[in-house]
Every structure is written in structure tokens, then in C-alpha cells.
Design a protein around this ligand. Structure first.
Ligand code: BMA
Length: 374
């Protein structure tokens, strides 16, 4: 009898250890359900997302219920990306001019449609007061505990925490968010980039930030993404990884630029392979945290380049970057199709593929409710 009980106890321990868990052990039920469902849904398909989808698109801004993805396919995306840069400056609008109040309301709408919310933060260089792209050494070190700008960083985190804590549904329940701080951290274009701090400094900052939000601010509706840019090797990918206890989502950002469809496809396939094996091993959620081909000039890019590159990789979601249109610096950005855009027809074929999940498939999966995925 005693031996049987011991065996039972040991197998329970093993089972507990081998099943995936959120980095925040006190995550809300909805957050844990989301994490668990996404571990399953990735085997059936990936959620398609779009940054700032409800805010603006080709030829429109802040029009009720409008979305370029919906304009093309008849349904909203399954993932909504939002950006919080300038929240730290007490601005009412983010660095791209999107009002924070609009973001808050849209997050609720997206969640109520069964969608997933992810948030990035291109925040100000704390050392110089210039934008996130003011990439110089010293800024990360300056905000660590005991350093000259630590108090300023705490004040910024307090504002971030207040905003994140205000994201509630109609019943007053907190809306789960995939937060991806310090994204593209192996590039050199942001102040938290590779050449501007050591791996130890970045890891200390990541852990401090997470524990401040979770333990000091008691926010338990966040999943944490570790997010690089393109990478050459597994070692490069994991160079600044804060550890299994700190991460829920592993992802990377990739944009097609001048390399051509075939090379882009090969690179994406290679990186997804590495990402997937890391995610399997660490029991994390693999995601394409940002991607795009600016202007999508190729009329069959979605079905002939992007989808084949995703191939059989089991990722959780893919987030296309924003349809900003013409920006103040004169450049243009469109990463998702809109009605009449050259790749719009191809996108409807892409969206019809059963592995591509927009709003309807995501809502049907009931990502926030308890129970096994169908
Ligand atoms: C970048 C560009 C910028 C924007 C920033 C934050 O990739 O789209 O125009 O300010 O993201 O959203």
C-alpha cells in the first residue's frame, strides 16, 4: 500500500513538472486558460494578428468597427497588437498618435470578440530623454536597482502598471495580455539592444521589470514574451533569455526586405524550426511576434511565400505590423492588405486555409474558458 502511494505521489510530481505552466504562478484563471489553450491550438492552426488594426488603415482613421483585415475577409483578426510608447511621458496619445483611451476601449472590444491582446512598448531612452531609437550604451545599466535612473524607471513602470491594470472587461475582470518588453533585443537600433548592454544587464532588467509588475504591483493577467529579431543560431537566440521561470512566449520579429521571396522563405523556415524546438523543450509558446513585407507588392505573397514558409511549423500566432500609411517622415508602411490592395485577393485564399485563424476560429476555440480544446 505504502509503495503504491509513493508511486502515485511520484507520478503526480512528474506530471506536474512536465506540464507547462505560466511564468506567473498566480496568473488569473483566464490567463492560465489562454496559455493552456494556446499550447493546444497551435497544433491546429495559428492565430493571425495585426498591429493597430482597429485604429486606422488605408484611407481611414478611428472609424467605428472598421478594420482593413475585416474589409478584405469579412472578419477581424484573432490577435490585436497595441503599442504603449509615450505612456511613460504622461501623454494622452502613444508615439504614433493613437489615444490611450482608444487603445483601452479597443482592447476590450477585441477581447470580447474572443481575440488575443499583445502589447509592445517602444519607450523613451531614460538616460537621454530621446526616443527608443536613441541607441547608446548605458541606458539599461542606468535603470537597474541602485543606478542613477532607477527611480525614473519605477515612475514609468507605475504608469505602465496603472494602464495594464485598467484593462478590464464589462464584468470588471482583467483582460489577459501578452506583454513583450525589450523586443528585438539582439538588434542594435533600440537603447536596450545588443551592443548597448551586456546579457547580464538585460536579463536583470527583464527580471526586475517582470517581478515589479507581478509581485510589487500584483498584476496577474500578463503572459511574458521573450522577443528577438532575426537570429543566426540557437545560441544567439538564447543569449539574453531571462530563464524558463520568466517567460511564457518565445518569439522573433522578421520583415522581408530586399532578399527576395525564396531567401526570405528559407530564413523564416529555418528560424521557425529553431524557435519551435526551443519552445518544445522549454514548454513555451512559439510565436511570430511581428512580421511583414512593406507594401506587399507581390500579388501572391500570402499563399506562395508566407504560408509555405510557415509550412508545418506549429506556432501560436503571427502578428502583421501596422498599416500606418504615409508617415510624418514621408515614408509609408502597410503590412496587411486592404480592399483593392494588390495582395487582397490572395489574402482571402490565405485566410480560407484551415490553419489560418482569424476571429471566428479563435472565438470558437474559447481561449479564455476552462476545459480541453476541441
Ligand atoms: C515601427 C514603425 C514606427 C512606429 C513604431 C512603433 O516599426 O512602425 O513608425 O513608431 O513601430 O509603433
Amino acid at each position: 500500500m505504502r509503495t503504491c502511494l509513493l508511486i502515485l505521489f511520484l507520478s503526480c510530481c512528474l506530471l506536474l513538472r512536465s506540464s507547462a505552466q505560466t511564468a506567473d504562478k498566480h496568473a488569473t484563471a483566464a490567463t492560465k486558460n489562454l496559455f493552456n489553450h494556446l499550447q493546444q491550438t497551435r497544433h491546429a492552426g495559428f492565430l493571425f494578428g495585426h498591429q493597430d488594426d482597429l485604429a486606422y488603415g488605408a484611407g481611414w482613421q478611428y472609424e467605428k468597427d472598421k478594420s482593413d483585415i475585416r474589409g478584405v475577409t469579412g472578419e477581424y483578426p484573432a490577435v490585436y497588437g497595441w503599442e504603449l510608447g509615450h505612456l511613460e511621458l504622461d501623454s494622452t496619445k502613444n508615439l504614433d498618435g493613437v489615444p490611450f483611451e482608444f487603445i483601452r476601449q479597443s482592447i476590450r472590444k477585441g477581447f470580447e470578440r474572443g481575440g488575443v491582446i499583445t502589447i509592445s512598448w517602444h519607450f523613451t531612452n531614460p538616460l537621454t530623454g530621446n526616443p527608443a531609437w536613441d541607441a547608446k550604451p548605458g541606458a539599461v545599466a542606468s535603470i537597474l536597482p541602485g543606478a542613477s535612473k532607477h527611480a525614473l524607471y519605477l515612475a514609468w513602470l507605475d504608469k505602465l502598471a496603472a494602464f495594464l491594470g485598467s484593462l478590464k472587461d464589462a464584468h470588471g475582470n482583467l483582460i489577459p495580455v501578452i506583454f513583450r518588453p525589450f523586443h528585438e533585443l539582439n538588434g542594435n537600433w533600440f537603447w536596450w539592444g545588443k551592443q548597448h548592454c551586456s546579457p547580464g544587464e538585460l536579463i536583470a532588467l527583464y527580471r526586475f521589470t517582470e517581478s515589479y509588475l507581478r509581485d510589487t504591483k500584483q498584476l496577474h493577467h500578463l503572459l511574458y514574451a521573450y522577443n528577438t529579431d532575426r537570429f543566426a543560431t540557437r545560441e544567439e537566440y538564447l543569449d539574453r533569455y531571462p530563464g524558463d521561470d520568466w517567460v511564457d512566449v518565445v518569439g522573433f520579429d522578421i520583415y522581408q526586405r530586399a532578399e527576395g521571396n525564396i531567401n526570405f522563405s528559407k530564413e523564416l523556415d529555418r528560424m521557425l524550426g529553431t524557435l519551435e524546438s526551443i519552445a518544445e523543450e522549454k514548454k513555451k509558446l512559439p510565436a511570430l511576434t511581428e512580421f511583414g513585407y512593406n507594401g506587399i507588392p507581390d500579388s501572391s505573397w500570402w499563399t506562395q511565400t508566407f504560408l509555405p514558409a510557415i509550412g508545418q511549423h506549429r506556432i501560436v500566432y503571427a502578428l502583421a505590423w501596422r498599416n500606418a500609411g504615409k508617415k510624418t517622415d514621408g515614408s509609408e508602411e502597410y503590412y496587411a492588405p486592404f480592399p483593392g490592395q494588390v495582395s487582397a485577393k490572395d489574402f482571402t485564399l490565405f485566410a480560407a486555409n484551415q490553419r489560418v485563424w482569424l476571429q471566428r476560429r479563435a472565438a470558437r476555440a474559447g481561449l479564455y474558458t476552462k476545459g480541453k480544446h476541441r
